[in-house]
Design a protein around this ligand. Sequence first.
Ligand code: SAM
Length: 274
Amino acid sequence: METKTRKSNLIMQPNYKNWMPKGLVVGALAGSLGCLVLFLVFGMSGLIAAGVLKTVLKILFLVLAIVLSLATLWMWLMYRAFSYNGKRQMSRRIIEGVAERVTVPYGGWGLDVGCGSGALTIAVAKRNPNALITGIDRWGKEYASYSKSLCQENAKAEGVSNIRFVKGNALRLDFPDEMFDAVTSNYVYHNIPSRDRQAILLETLRVLKKGGTFAIHDIFSHINYGDMQAFVQKLKDMGYEEVELIPTDDGTFMTPWESTWMMGRGSAILQGKK
Ligand SMILES: C[S@@+](CC[C@H](N)C(=O)[O-])C[C@H]1O[C@@H](n2cnc3c(N)ncnc32)[C@H](O)[C@@H]1O
């Protein structure tokens, strides 16, 4: 019995899933195949429809099949680039690259907003073994494969115990002002429907202690965030130090070409000290 438990502990591997959900890739593939079949049935055979209707259905299902096939190809390329097991390992590189930019003091507290499968929370906890790191996420339907229990299993598989995961909303963090010594986040806020994402950043920084560090990686394009240079200046005027918006789509985490086809143009780290 004991040998069995030890064996299963030895083979326990974290599963951080993929930022491109597998279900979405499979769904798009099934959709494109379905449209191809319908194109053949309705458009080619002449069994069910004839005349103008046949022509309309033929064009409709052919266009849908092409569009969905291209979408499947794009999603699969994204899935492959993000995979933790593949060659490119872009996600791992981003996670490590963000985690290394904050330091949590001995006995201090760190917060990771929108932790998903726990990858960044765990990376920060590993680098700061004498601190307690909290990961929060709303674990909604859009990333159905992520959950609190998955985060806990991943932490266990990585042998990390200075960590906890809590359900929460980035728009209104359930923590008092200045509670944490460091805050991190990766590719979360651009997903949140909001007219004012700078306000979400301020909500994250609200819970950061004076002197605490932050590293927030996201797609900081103008369309997502408005004028980020003005925001950097605003933080400096508020007394924040060493505030920088460092591009990561210049080869740091991804090449300019990758960021273009992956729609990650504008990816950058907002980092600094409160
Ligand atoms: C692309 S995933 C990134 C997950 C994780 N940060 C990582 O790097 O692996 C985006 C995450 O943001 C979370 N999220 C979206 N809106 C949120 C909100 N309002 N509050 C908290 N988490 C949110 C999603 O549930 C999802 O887990």
